[in-house]
Design a protein around this ligand. Structure first.
Ligand code: 15L
Length: 269
């Protein structure tokens, strides 16, 4: 049976996956960060620790076939924190994957690697990276790292370009485009575990939203077929004011774009 490790199991997405994958019968090791995870059932395979430490990575990856790597800083932060959690820790994880001959690493990328695309663009999987901050930039690094470890070391990689997945219905206009429901999330990650020989590929981690910022008609290499659609909440959401400011409304990254943004009239001399 495939042994799967899940890092970031204490986070919002990680918690959904930890419970849901177990219910689907996945043989899972769940890893938290600084705090120990309280086991969900007797004998649950849990661990925790700082992934910048090779010994912690060894505990995460011993005997593992597939790693679902959800750990890391998940919002915009100053660059030094991003470098430690999303670049350095990811490097340690990949080197650990080499040591332990992990077959496949599933990397939690983000829509924020593309956040400076305008909202009226519909992106294909080969769209140019346009990160909307240091967090998005770290996801560009992560996708390139996944690619490199496949090309150079034969570790399969899947970059999941996750939209908005919080275990609840979409809450605002932007999420009508970026939302991914929990059923789709679980199906997506299950495909990441089960899909035969993928080499390296990227997949949009969103539901089948009518207003998706992505061209979902091109399909994907792992057979992810979303069935949920944020449009079911459109009338309710459109009856409320849009919480996004005017900058955030122009770009796919939404509020992440507004942070530390230089408006056109203040650019140049
Ligand atoms: C992400 O990548 C973040 O981790 C999450 O906090 C949300 O901001 C999400 O994107 C989003 O764009 O809604």
């Amino acid at each position: 049976m495939t042994k799967v490790a899940l890092s970031g199991a204490g986070g919002i997405v990680g918690s959904i996956l930890r419970k849901g994958l177990r219910e689907r019968g996945v043989d899972l090791r769940a890893a938290g960060g600084s705090r120990p995870l309280v086991p969900l059932y007797d004998g649950e395979d849990v661990m925790h620790g700082d992934l910048r430490e090779p010994a912690v990575v060894d505990r995460l990856l011993a005997g593992v076939d597939v790693l679902i790597h959800m750990a890391g800083t998940s919002v915009e932060k100053p660059l030094p924190e991003i470098i430690e959690n999303n670049l350095r820790a990811l490097y340690e994880v990949y080197e650990g994957a080499r040591r332990h001959k992990v077959r496949r690493v599933v990397f939690a990328s983000s829509n924020h690697a593309f956040g400076m695309h305008p909202v009226d663009a519909q992106l294909r999987l080969d769209a140019a990276f346009r990160p909307d901050g240091f967090y998005g930039l770290s996801k560009v690094w992560g996708e390139a790292m996944a690619r490199m470890y496949w090309d150079k070391h034969g570790i399969e990689g899947i970059s999941l370009r996750i939209g908005t997945t919080m275990g609840k219905p979409p809450e605002n206009q932007r999420q009508l485009s970026t939302w991914m429901g929990s059923d789709d999330l679980l199906h997506l990650v299950q495909r990441c575990i089960d899909a035969p020989e993928v080499g390296y590929c990227a997949v949009w981690g969103v539901s089948a939203n009518s207003r998706a910022y992505y061209d979902l008609s091109e399909g994907n290499a792992i057979g992810y077929q979303p069935t949920q659609n944020a449009e079911a909440w459109a009338a309710e959401i459109e009856a409320k004011p849009n919480p996004l400011d005017l900058v955030a409304r122009q770009f796919q990254g939404g509020a992440f774009v507004t942070m530390d943004y230089t408006p056109p009239e203040r650019r140049g001399r």
